[in-house]
Design a protein around this ligand. Sequence first.
Ligand code: F0G
Length: 344
Amino acid sequence: MTYQGLIHRYGQYLDLPAHIKTISLLEGNTPLIPMPRLSRELGCELFIKFEGLNPTGSFKDRGMTAAISEAVGRGAQTVICASTGNTAASAAAYAARAGLRSIVLIPEGKVAVGKLAGAIAYGAEVIQIQGSFDDALSLVVEITQKTPIALVNSINPFRIEGQKTAAFEICDDLGSAPDWLCLPVGNAGNITSYWAGFKQYQKGLPQVLGVQAAGAAPLVLGHPVEKPETVATAIRIGKPARGEQALDAAQESKGRIIAVPDEQILSAQRILAEEGVWVEPASAAGLSGLLAESTVGKFEAGGKRIVVVCTGHGMKDPSIITESFKSPKVIPANYEALIGVIEE
Ligand code: F0G
């Protein structure tokens, strides 16, 4: 039988109510890509879980199939979320598929162009907030408490249920859990989901390395960050909704949450692209954390099986690349000119 999406494949492991009406874009089933060059350099067996290959280009589709299926099943007509971009695009796509109205709140001027375009293309009503993601999240929580509009941020427990499936897939592909799982941490829904998923699936437990951007690292600093700033706009979050659970996951797994400066995140983005995997900046945070820890001798990679989660596709945020890139040369359309520049 052809693949029918996550609720079909893993529904028996997900705590979803009977009233769900499955809405799927055949999300999930993403590849676990071996990285031979990096594995050699680090002396480990490294894989990328490439979540950028989901239908709207990020891991958010895993939780969204569950959240929208639940919302439409109970008769919701409008859904809302706050977002740094990926949740917005995902909510908009699944709402469109379900025939629901979608409203997305984003921080003004701080959302990558591919995400904004996605939300608009899928028909969301996009509202920019003169404030941060954290301000937007407070607003959508308030409005969903006072109106019948359904909240589809990862505060919604069904988002977590859907996102657990990434842990299941990794265990199914490898035969057991890896030794380490490295991933970016923003609002902390994903790290919470992975940890719940590994615990439930009983194929072993990884140690978890959660990575925040240095300018938006409330879980490392131990307090909220009023004005988070990072080039990795997806994780530009100062007050993570599931911060406590993220800290628990790190601690229970004998892992940790660390902060990495923007330059190292961008460097990890380049390293991944050099092995053919182009991800958005936030998605490179997991690898940047692993590299940072290895460099200072805090990470014994020797012989270990490590999965680095790359949460979103590079095409989501093309301007970060083109802005630092010399414009391509322009030549006359003839052979001499072409051979001239190639042999330059
Ligand atoms: N990576 C990407 C590409 C993201 O878009 C996000 C979160 C994260 C990592 C962090 O995941 O929040 O579960 O810890 N993006 C949210 C959004 C906030 O609105 O799209 P998290």
